[in-house]
Design a protein around this ligand. Structure first.
Ligand code: SF4
Length: 366
């Protein structure tokens, strides 16, 4: 078995719960986090993780909410796996980061920071239950740069309640002024069991979302960012490497409460039940990936990025002639300018328009 080269670790704790959040998250209590980290260490042991990992991503939740000592315990466990790591990301929130934590990150090989900003308007931040202001974001960015990190990603949510085109313009202006290396923008989804849902907040109409999305794309392109994946824009050579593991259908370890992983032809989901997790009952569901599922994942995931779907790779892996097998459909998508056929590299690549209707394309192709 080829061991995965990427590791995702989920830290579910947050200082408070945002009104729109559907991630696996829990209110932070230090004693709970201590027990959680003990279980996490056992889970790491259980997998006998590859010591030649290429990427590590600690996400959440809010990993930066952990104390210095708790973070150090995790990093000490991970130290033996990071000799070959190219990208080591930690997600943070502006209100829970400080210089000591950033120095600790550096000491243990973290070289990329991903920060949840979501909006740069303090009224909106307050209304959605975030505990930081835009000033906190600016201070955190200064601190991150001061501590020597040259790879910083900032997240925004598109379509939050009361957002207008002019507010988004201001958001983008503010974000660009901070000069991040990567910007990720996600459209608001209102999930059941969130305060948003309970309060009857609706997702914005799709044509308005499209306007927001187009403005984001145009502004970021004008400012030198490359749109390299549906929701991600990055500086050249600063694309988020870890996520390419998912988008190229590669295997990865997923550890922690509610995390998903893909190892040796099996996709699995960890329990979201903390009691079970603390009793080391990590996995909740697992499913063997059949050959046809595998092909579906290849199409679905690879078309998300500007690298596209490599038809030579598909031919070698599945012994299929994808282009000929789906000729009429692909011709139709190419004529609509949703897909490009890159003859030289034998690849199918989604255009910006194509990315906007990717679900439709994928449904048709699978
Ligand atoms: S900080 Fe992130 S994970 Fe935590 S509640 Fe807010 S959105 Fe969810």
């Amino acid at each position: 078995m080829n061991k995965p080269e990427s590791l995702y670790i989920h830290i579910p704790f947050c200082s408070s719960i945002c009104d729109y959040c559907d991630f696996t998250k829990l209110q932070f209590f230090s004693f709970l986090a201590d027990s959680y980290i003990e279980s996490l260490s056992k889970e790491i042991e259980y997998y006998q993780i590859n010591k030649k990992l290429k990427t590590i991503y600690i996400g959440g939740g809010t990993p930066s909410v952990l104390s210095l000592k708790q973070l150090e315990t995790i990093f000490n466990v991970l130290d033996e796996y990071r000799n070959d790591v190219i990208e080591f990301t930690v997600e943070i929130n502006p209100e829970s980061i400080n210089e000591e934590k950033l120095k600790l990150f550096k000491k243990h090989g973290v070289n990329r920071i991903s920060m949840g900003v979501e909006s740069t308007n303090d009224k909106i931040l307050h209304a959605i239950g975030r505990k930081h202001t835009f000033k906190d974001v600016k201070n955190a960015v200064n601190l991150i740069r001061k501590c020597g990190f040259d790879n910083l990603s900032l997240d925004l949510i598109l379509g939050l309640p009361n957002v207008s085109i002019s507010l988004l313009k201001k958001d983008l202006e503010n974000i660009i002024e901070l000069n991040p290396d990567n910007v990720s923008c996600y459209s608001l989804t209102v999930h059941e069991n969130t305060k948003f849902y309970i309060n009857g907040i609706k997702e914005p109409p799709s044509d308005f979302l499209r306007e927001l999305y187009d403005l984001t794309n145009e502004t970021l392109l004008e400012n030198g960012y490359i749109h390299y994946e549906i929701s991600s824009w990055g500086r050249k050579n600063k694309f988020g490497l870890h996520n390419f593991t998912y988008w190229t259908n590669k295997t990865y370890y997923g550890l922690g409460l509610g995390a998903s992983g893909y190892i040796n032809k099996t996709r699995y989901k960890n329990t979201k039940n903390l009691n079970k997790y603390l009793k080391h009952q990590f996995i909740d569901e697992q499913e063997e990936v059949t050959c046809s599922d595998d092909l579906t994942y290849e199409i679905m995931l690879n078309l998300r990025t500007i690298n596209g779907l490599d038809l030579t790779y598909l031919k070698n892996k599945f012994n299929i002639d994808f282009l000929n097998d789906h000729k009429d459909k692909i011709d139709n998508f190419v004529s609509k300018k949703w897909l490009i056929f890159d003859q030289k590299n034998n690849k199918l690549i989604a255009t910006y328009e194509g990315m906007m209707v990717l679900d439709q394309i994928i449904l048709d192709l699978i």
